[in-house]
Design a protein around this ligand. Structure first.
Ligand SMILES: Nc1ncnc2c1ncn2[C@@H]1O[C@H](COP(=O)(O)OP(=O)(O)OP(=O)(O)O)[C@@H](O)[C@H]1O
Ligand SMILES: [Mg+2]
Length: 237
């Protein structure tokens, strides 16, 4: 199986990048995949998550990629992907520019952009995504881009504004995740929400399913995703 690279990004802070990165990492590790998670954020949130992880849980290699290596290690060694790695996940920091991100992208990467449904977040994310599309296009990178609406409370005005925003950009809107304390509980245990007991996270399992399907489908076809799949019709917006 070819190594799959998944980048979780948005210049906006606090939108759920680390939550998604760690959740995806834990999910694939529990499926027996060899996962390597690069924490590019100097806050080290993914590393903090990993420290809480029970040693008996499936192993995930977590790399502090925000810290430049010392004299004994080159940057390329630090960022290496050992043979046999199935899944590489990059958790990126808030404030990252579209240019910086474009420099990190490789052919066939999966780019997940979590967005919170508040007017300020939508505005900031819109600028970020537009910049990224312009730069991405210029560089002709074939990447699979999708947006995940995070901490959604349905039927709020801001939620519908988010949907319209994605529709105009023709970026697939793969799923929306509800606002629930289960995410911070999972974080405290160094696991993902999908690792929680079936009964508690049933709703969340359903909400994650389209994201996991999108990742798997892209892996099989190697075709960049370009269709728009809004979760709700425009009439409802
Ligand atoms: N769907 C959700 N429901 C409830 N809380 C959530 C949800 N998603 C994320 N959170 C919480 O929101 C906070 C910010 O999430 P997270 O750290 O994943 O964002 P981030 O984008 O990585 O932030 P930063 O830009 O600082 O790196 C965390 O406390 C996290 O537990
Ligand atoms: Mg983070």
């Amino acid at each position: 199986m070819k190594t799959r690279r998944i980048l979780i990004t948005n210049a906006k802070g606090g939108c759920g990048k680390t939550t998604l990165a760690t959740g995806i990492a834990s999910h694939y590790a529990s499926r027996g995949r060899k996962v390597r998670l690069f924490d590019h954020d100097s806050q080290g949130s993914a590393l903090q998550w990993y420290k809480r992880r029970d040693e008996h849980l499936p192993e995930i290699a977590v790399v502090d990629a925000s810290r430049r290596p010392d004299n004994h290690m080159t940057r390329s060694w630090q960022l290496r992907v050992p043979p046999g790695t199935d899944t590489v996940i990059l958790d990126t920091p808030a404030g990252i520019s579209a240019t910086e991100l474009a420099g990190m992208l490789q052919e066939n990467d999966f780019l997940i952009i979590p967005v919170l449904p508040s007017p300020i977040d939508i505005h900031a994310s819109a600028y970020f995504i537009r910049d990224l599309l312009v730069i991405g296009k210029a560089r002709k990178k074939q990447v699979h881009v999708a947006v995940v609406a995070n901490r959604v409370r349905q039927n709020t005005l801001s939620y519908h504004a988010l949907e319209r925003f994605l529709f105009t950009l023709k970026i697939p809107f793969v799923t929306s995740l509800r606002d629930t304390q289960l995410y911070s509980r999972a974080f405290e245990q160094g696991i993902g929400i999908l690792d929680l007991k079936e009964s508690r996270a049933r709703k969340d399992r359903e909400q994650w399913a389209p994201l996991l399907r999108w990742l798997e489908a892209g892996q099989e076809t190697q075709e960049p995703t370009s269709t728009v799949t809004p979760l709700f019709s425009r009439e409802q917006a």
